[in-house]
Design a protein around this ligand. Sequence first.
Ligand code: NDP
Length: 433
Amino acid sequence: RALNPNEPEFHQAVHEVLHSIGPVLERHPEYTENGVLERLIEPERQIIFRVPWKDDDGKLHVNRGYRVQYNSALGPYKGGLRFHPTVNISIMKFLGFEQIFKNALTGQGIGGAKGGANFDPHGRSEAEIMRFCQSFMNELFRHIGEHTDVPAGDIGVGSREIGYMFGMYRKITNRHESGILTGKGIGWGGAQVRTEATGYGAVFFVQSMLAVHGETLEGRRVAVSGSGNVALYAIEKAQQLGARAVTASDSSGYVLDDAGIDLGLLRQIKEVERGRIVEYAKRRPGARFVEKGNVWEVPVDIAVPSATQNELSLESAQMLIANGVRAVAEGANMPSTPEAVGAFQESDVLFAPGKAANAGGVATSALEMSQNASRQRWNFASSEQKLRDIMSDIHDSAFRAAESYGTPGDYVAGANIVGFERVADAMLAQGVI
Ligand code: NDP
């Protein structure tokens, strides 16, 4: 803490992992003897840079860009870029740290990283977004590469932004290197199912947790927060599997639609018009908008928080539990506060941490890298089947690790243990570097 002051999100993420791996360190003294923990907590490289750009009125703005290249023991650095006004080094490091274990869990040979900028895309014109992305890549390009670091999207960065950044990379370097970014458009190197993967994967994870107890999603009521990339496709998959998703939200409030979210309308508003969630309630008979409301007050069987970190408090967890929630799967990164996680674990709620539940996005990004490297294109059905298999493997390995360390059903411990052991073993084998 003395070395990293004023980084509460980073401390929170590290604390959660350290809490889980105590028993692993006892069983494997070689990790401690070789300083694996100390080396793992310190990022291999942190890059901070200036991003100057002009708005449509010719006014100059200067934002701060980041890329935290956290750990490459398992493969090239991999992790998303976030454009949001709250971005700072604490948030970049918490996300990068989590990414190491998440990527290890996928079993695909990718290291952990995160990046972004404290830029607020809301209300910016298409031309302003393009200029910002170009300026951002004008520095980032020198730090990334197919075998070095492969960024992707996150909050505020979708296929539009990836497109502008890819274009700039290609212009600066005179190289069409498909493998330098993932989340590209389908027509120019993107992979089927990448857009849907994080949300779909979180719902597949719920399916696996329920299956252990002989239960299914059929007829269950689902609350999803957010209305971005993860949320939209969590809603879609939940509905395809026979559940009824009844909520969506953004930072202005949430909508409740007891008939089940009309995904076509929601996508039109969010993906095409880039509008606010209140629009949904205006256009959908029977739906209600709750301004600044807490979506977790809605009685549901399944909750999939898919907006941002620390959006689900202890009070929210207690409401969900009192309303009889059966399973919670984190579509977002660290959306539940530590106190909320504690409350879920003390009850009989099935709880899936983001590292495990939202790993489908990065896993499918790794599939995109494979297709780019081999110049192949896999179809939607086979890509979705691969995603389903990966999520099922992540579930099973976390489940088994929790059992083997005497905490059956604790997916937080299980996911941390599996991720940690894979990275720690690679670091041991590669020596003190
Ligand atoms: P998007 O930018 O597509 O959507 C984010 C959604 O969350 C928007 O509805 C946004 O509302 C809402 N939101 C963001 N910040 C806040 C906030 N401070 N308070 C309330 N609502 C907020 O992002 P993604 O869907 O890609 O990402 C969502 C989460 O999932 C993040 O935690 C991300 O790290 C995680 N994740 C994403 C992956 C991916 O593949 N995209 C992979 C793994 C994890 P508004 O527009 O009002 O800000």
